[in-house]
Design a protein around this ligand. Structure first.
Ligand code: FAD
Length: 401
């Protein structure tokens, strides 16, 4: 193994190349990324960076000098157009870059509001890249009217930033409740109340019919409840699509993402995938995880496996979200839950059970509940529900029990 090429200079790509070097790989490493900035973290884009509370350099995962110093060839502004599996090269900017092992870490792209309903008007934004946020930031001005489309974490975080910056904010969610896809009704209700306290109008079961514009700039919206309102800025947080085009065109198997086995290998043994773009086996099902921790852990496992470790990657999902003065931390995956236990401890936490088996915990301003829940889930242990619900229970004692 002499040449490793990684496509996508985001969280997973950067983690993979760093791991290859720290594991002692001495051959050539090329990291190809289509964005202009060196690898950076995305979470602050809808939080501290959008609020103007974080400097650009702090977004970078490593100082720019790290890549050259580590003998990693980082090529930015470089889009990979094709993979030639027979000759083992990728084509970027008309050049063929040869590989012995190839890692696809192409991430995902945000769904956009269609042009047919005004999605291409100026003042309509998505939150995925630094360029997206730099384009939207000048429009976030106190007194303006913001419409946030979508009540997932990105939409709620954008609503919180806009409200904190003094905009008049309306958030619409077409489903029956915000966070419907990812959280229990109790967590949805908790965040609905939080946003209401900060003056955000949260309209559930209300979709967007179309945007209206003046001179090519957004001016308002007609909602599915047949009301029409003026807006100065629109931010869509309506989900993402995994970037699978390259893999698909190269004939790799796709199944809600680039299909990989437990070691991160695609249907071509010389090609691996990690991060948002990859779908992996988990507890007898196939999942795709959209989180920093997964991007790091899966990419590092792929790096070790390319070098021959032969280890299965078992995700230990966790996620966080910051809204106003609330830090939400989520441990585990709640898929399949059928009952919830609520706990008022340091903050509030919601414990997801399938029968008596603990699957996941949402902890709002309660790091202790998060930490204990995470360790119990990782150990495959399920605490007694009455003990969890009782605020007098010392959670840490459950770890010893
Ligand atoms: P990315 O970081 O998206 O990197 C993929 C890179 O590949 C991109 O730079 C892309 O341009 C590049 N690329 C794609 N195709 C090509 C090509 N053909 N040629 C060259 N380059 C290509 N996760 C959390 O856990 N907690 C959070 O609080 C959280 N908040 C978030 C907030 C925002 C606003 C966003 C957008 C995401 C957030 N996430 C959060 C999700 C997390 O950032 C992603 O799961 C993570 O970045 C995935 O890493 P990745 O490397 O798979 O993809």
């Amino acid at each position: 193994m002499e040449k490793i090429v990684v496509v996508g200079a985001g969280q997973a790509g950067a983690s993979c190349v760093a791991k290859l070097r720290s594991e002692g790989f001495a051959g050539s490493i090329t990291l190809l990324g289509e964005e202009h900035a060196p690898p950076y973290q995305r979470p602050p884009l809808s939080k501290a960076y959008l609020l103007g509370e974080m400097a650009l350099e702090r977004l970078y995962l490593r100082p720019e000098s790290y890549y050259a110093e580590s003998g990693i060839e980082l090529r930015l502004d470089t889009t990979v157009q094709a993979i030639d599996r027979r000759d083992r090269v990728v084509i970027a900017g008309g050049q063929a870059v040869p590989y012995d092992a190839l890692v696809l870490a192409t991430g995902s792209v945000p769904r956009r509001l269609p042009g047919s309903i005004g999605g291409e008007l100026r003042g309509v934004h998505v939150v995925r890249t630094l360029a997206d946020v730099d384009a939207m930031a000048p429009g976030i001005v106190a007194g303006r009217r913001a419409l946030i489309v979508g009540g997932g974490y990105i939409g709620l975080e954008a609503a919180a930033v806009c409200a904190k910056r003094g905009l008049d904010v309306t958030l619409i969610e077409a489903a029956d409740r915000i966070l419907m896809r990812v959280a229990c009704p109790e967590t949805s209700a908790w965040f609905r109340a939080l946003h209401a306290r900060h003056g955000v109008r949260v309209l559930e079961g209300v979709g967007l019919t179309c945007l209206t514009g003046v001179d090519g700039k957004v001016a308002g919206a007609i909602l599915s409840d047949n009301t029409e309102h003026p807006y100065d800025i629109v931010i869509a947080g309506i989900g993402i699509t995994p970037c699978t085009e390259l893999a698909e065109a190269a004939g790799l198997e796709i199944e809600n993402g680039i299909r990989v086995d437990a070691r991160g290998r695609t249907s071509d043994p010389a090609i691996w995938a990690a991060g948002d773009c990859a779908s992996l086996p988990f507890r007898g099902r196939r999942i795709r995880l959209e989180s920093v921790q997964n991007a790091i852990d899966q990419a590092e496992a792929v790096a070790r496996n390319i070098l021959g470790a032969g280890e299965d990657y078992v995700p230990q999902p966790w996620f966080w979200s910051d809204q106003y003065d609330v830090k939400l931390q989520i441990a585990g995956l709640n898929t399949g839950y059928d009952n919830i236990v609520m706990r008022d401890g340091d903050g509030r936490s919601h414990w997801y059970y399938e029968g008596d088996t603990l699957l996941a915990v949402d902890a709002m301003n309660d790091p202790r509940a998060y930490m204990v829940g995470k360790r119990l889930i990782e150990a495959g242990r399920s605490p007694d529900k009455a003990a969890i619900a009782d605020p007098a229970t010392d959670l840490k004692a459950l770890l010893r029990g």
